[in-house]
Write a protein that binds this ligand. Structure first.
Ligand SMILES: [Zn+2]
Length: 295
């Protein structure tokens, strides 16, 4: 059974606060003699993606080395300071985030080298022997996008999902109820939307993350959905298109979940995959939450 993100956090916090560890590392060490390296985990994942390894990818090892023996893995959307601290507390020395760690798409660090915020984040991992590998391109390029699968599961929409399709035909509802469903399943307190809250919604175009305005609009043109659900969108792109469409009387709406929550299911997918491939290896999904808060 899926544990809710909130209860997971609370539970781990309580256990750690009580001086207990929920990390089964010692029993793992006893039952599994084989040592698993960072490189082995990377290769196992990459090995199932067709056309991989990709010559150009953002999925590189950002901290640590391939030879490092893994004591435990943390999967997350963003390796925030809190996620790194949690990994250290869990004695998990390998973090696999979906998104950049050093505040730019390629995780380039030269331009940040004199910056104290960057340095402190990098040092926290270095000093605690943490390895970090981004898994973005590979998880999206599985035969069926692992992020989308994870999000569909979180939304309990498996029955409406067709492999490799971003379109889900859900039972008819209205936009307000649909937003409520997303908020409760994804643990997000508020969402932004464009459209009429009474509009009926059945045909959903689900594009987690930040695919970009053109990709979102091409999806709308191709599938003609009732509603687009995305992670984030530049305000001057898709939202303005949807607003114009509404002004013209077209039935179309969009919901912006927030990037992190919109793809967190992918980190849960990765957690499940790691557990199945490396039985006994301690694996933890630690949600990174949103940077932007609402008031
Ligand atoms: Zn993504």
């Amino acid at each position: 059974m899926k544990k809710s993100r909130r209860s997971f956090l609370t539970q781990s916090g309580l256990l750690l606060g009580a001086g207990l560890t929920i990390n089964p590392i010692w029993s793992f060490a006893q039952s599994e003699q084989r040592e698993i390296t960072v490189g082995e985990i990377m290769d196992a994942f990459i090995g199932q993606v067709s056309g991989a390894p990709f010559p150009q990818t953002v999925d590189t090892l950002k901290v640590g080395s391939r030879d490092q023996i893994v004591t435990g893995v943390v999967t997350t959307m963003f390796a925030t300071m809190e996620v790194i601290e949690r990994a250290i507390a869990l004695q998990a020395n390998f973090i696999i985030p979906h998104e950049p760690t050093f505040f730019n798409h390629l995780d380039e660090t030269e331009w940040l080298e004199k910056d104290a915020v960057f340095q402190r984040k990098y040092d926290l991992m270095k000093e605690n022997g943490i390895a970090l590998w981004r898994n973005h391109d590979y998880i999206h390029r599985l035969a069926d996008d692992g992020v989308r699968l994870g999000v569909v599961k979180d939304l309990e929409w498996e029955a409406y999902y067709q492999a490799n399709s971003p379109i889900l035909n859900i039972p008819q509802t209205n936009l307000a109820s649909l937003i409520h469903h997303l908020k409760s399943k994804l643990d997000v307190p508020a969402m932004r939307y464009v459209g009429d809250l009474d509009q009926s919604c059945e045909k959903v175009l689900l594009i987690p993350g930040a695919a970009g305005g053109i990709a979102q609009l091409e999806g709308i043109m191709k599938y003609n959905p009732d509603v687009l659900i995305c992670g984030e969108s530049n305000e001057w792109e898709t939202p303005e298109y949807v607003r114009a469409a509404n002004s013209q009387g077209k039935k179309l709406s969009m919901i912006v979940i927030g990037h992190s929550a919109s793809e967190e299911g992918g980190s849960e997918f990765l957690e499940t995959w790691l557990e199945s491939q490396f039985p006994g290896l301690p694996v933890f999904h630690v949600p990174s939450g949103n940077s932007l808060e609402i008031i």
